[in-house]
Design a binder for this molecule. Structure first.
Ligand code: ZN
Length: 198
């Protein structure tokens, strides 16, 4: 039997998405075997992040700096803005390495069923950002769910009179597909083939 401390570590790991009790025990054994390298590295990485996580006031991304690394990266094109539902979607799209602009995280999607309206999301903030000018294209990268598409439609209507291009991810995304679960090739393809809203 393992000590209380080791059990506590296994329990904490078992709560991570994608891991269960069995995988967590394997991870603990792996860490014990490599306590000088793997364990130390993990502890250092956790310490470096703990207490420093902040939400970016500009885009809603989560990072250790505010504004976040995406917003402050001078190599990014500030004239293109990609709107996503969640931070997970931002990270997924950015892994595909095709979109070089900046992002805006809504913090969810419109849902009549769950009583989530525009005021519950960062839509007002998005409108201010877009109305301030300097943006040529807004890419609506909502999930291919009914609620995601309703959200995209709502935003498109709110910004249709502004002098900019509004596009959305190409069809071909699986219906009901959450961006976060798609592989990078599929995401890159959906971005590359994005089309005007309307
Ligand atoms: Zn940001």
């Amino acid at each position: 039997m393992a000590s209380q401390e080791i059990e506590a570590l296994a329990n904490a790991l078992a709560r991570l998405p994608g891991l269960g009790p069995r995988s967590a025990r394997r991870a603990v054994l792996w860490l014990i075997k490599r306590r000088e390298t793997g364990l130390t590295q993990l502890v250092n990485a956790l310490n470096a992040v703990q207490g420093r996580l902040v939400e970016c006031d500009t885009c809603g991304n989560v990072d250790t700096t505010n504004p976040c690394g995406v917003c402050t990266d001078p190599r990014r094109d500030s004239r293109a803005l990609c709107v996503v539902e969640d931070v997970a979607d931002l990270w997924a799209l950015d892994r595909a390495r095709l979109f070089t602009g900046r992002y805006h995280v809504l913090g969810g999607r419109l849902s009549a069923l769950e009583g989530i309206g525009p005021e519950d999301l960062a839509i007002g903030k998005l409108l201010l950002r877009v109305e301030a000018g300097g943006i040529d294209e807004v890419v609506l990268a909502m999930n291919a769910t009914l609620e995601g598409q309703t959200t995209a439609h709502y935003i498109a209507e709110r910004i249709e009179t502004l002098p900019l291009r509004v596009t959305q991810l190409a069809h071909g995304l699986p219906v009901g597909g959450e961006l976060d679960y798609l592989d990078e090739g599929t995401l890159a393809q959906a971005l590359r083939a994005r089309r005007p809203v309307g």
